[in-house]
Design a protein around this ligand. Structure first.
Ligand code: CP
Ligand code: NVA
Length: 309
């Protein structure tokens, strides 16, 4: 567990270890208060953020360390004045950990290749593993288990959160069904590798364009924005039309199990990927889910720093 680039690279045991540590960190934060004393996390952002920035920054404070927010648009790296390779070599002389929210996953891999300090994926075009660790922690808290549960994802399948959910669920033996329009299905290589993970963990992965089929009997109903940060505004009208049949409504929720929970990684738009009635209703756990970003990422920081083995 040197980096957190993608859940694809973590074994089911790695994921469970971090989730177990997150449970401990959440229950007894004082016990971990000085564990990253004198350590610095650099946080590189090429896209906006509320949760990721604040949870990492607060997390480092709570662990006794420090976090630096670094805006890519004001950096020589972002301006094309300095290569990623040179930048990361400099960063690794000054910082102990680095996390990055980037457009291209290949840029994150380039960072990891040219440094020996731990690199954390804070969202790329491929994946959002930190989010899914928090999601799994939330599901475990609400349902008492993960293995054997069914998660239904509705909406944009060709999406970082969807890809990481597929990897996380299939690695841990959770069934996952993705309901997306034909032209927004998950990346083929992600589906293929997750079919393999599902086989190994004894779970089932379904990818369908039928939202009713996807949601039937689900323990968790999950959706994400139809307008991810990188999607141009001019595509909005077309995307609303395409994704509207996949909106999570109260009627759709009723097709899942009666005790199903509703999740959204946030930011959310009421009246788009879900109705206000659903996200503000009794089945919604979105704010517990958001809070768990903090606890799950503190566990990631502790593990990758090597202070908790
Ligand atoms: N869920 C999530 O990553 O939120 P932010 O974009 O606000 O960081
Ligand atoms: N899929 C979304 C997730 C936001 C946290 C995006 O990439 O913008």
């Amino acid at each position: 567990m040197k980096n957190l680039l993608s859940l694809k690279c973590w074994s089911p045991e790695d994921i469970r270890e971090v989730l177990n540590l997150a449970v401990e960190v959440k229950a007894t934060p004082a016990q971990y208060a000085d564990m990253l004393k004198q350590k610095t996390l650099l946080m590189i952002f090429e896209k906006p953020s509320l949760r990721t920035r604040i949870s990492f920054e607060a997390g480092m404070t709570q662990l006794g360390g420090h976090a630096i927010y670094y805006d890519m648009s004001t950096s020589p790296m972002g301006g094309g004045k300095e290569t990623i390779e040179d930048s990361i070599k400099v960063i690794s002389r000054m910082c102990d950990l680095v996390m990055a929210r980037l457009f291209k996953h290949s840029d994150l891999l380039a960072m990891a290749e040219h440094t020996s300090i731990p690199v954390i994926n804070a969202l790329t075009d491929d994946s959002h593993p930190c989010q899914i660790l928090a999601d799994l922690l939330t599901i475990q808290e609400k349902k008492g288990t993960l293995k054997g549960l069914k998660l239904a994802y509705l909406g944009d399948g060709f999406n970082n959160v969807t890809h990481s959910l597929m990897r996380g669920c299939t690695k841990l033996g959770m069934h996952i069904s993705v309901g997306s329009p034909e032209e927004h299905m998950p990346a083929v290589e992600v589906t293929e590798s997750c079919m393999q993970f599902a086989q190994e963990s004894g779970s089932e992965l379904i990818v369908t364009d039928d939202p009713a089929e996807a949601v039937q009997g689900a323990d968790v109903v999950y959706t994400d924005s139809w307008m991810s940060y990188h999607i141009p505004k001019k595509e909005e009208a077309k995307r609303i039309k395409t994704f509207t049949p996949y909106q999570v409504t109260a009627e759709r929720m009723a097709e899942a199990k009666p005790d199903a929970i509703f999740m959204n990684c946030l930011p959310a738009l009421r009246g788009a990927e879900q109705t206000a009635e659903v996200i503000d209703g009794p089945q919604s756990v979105v704010f517990d889910e958001a809070e768990n970003r903090l606890h799950a990422q503190k566990a990631v920081l502790l593990k990758l720093s090597g202070v908790v083995v």
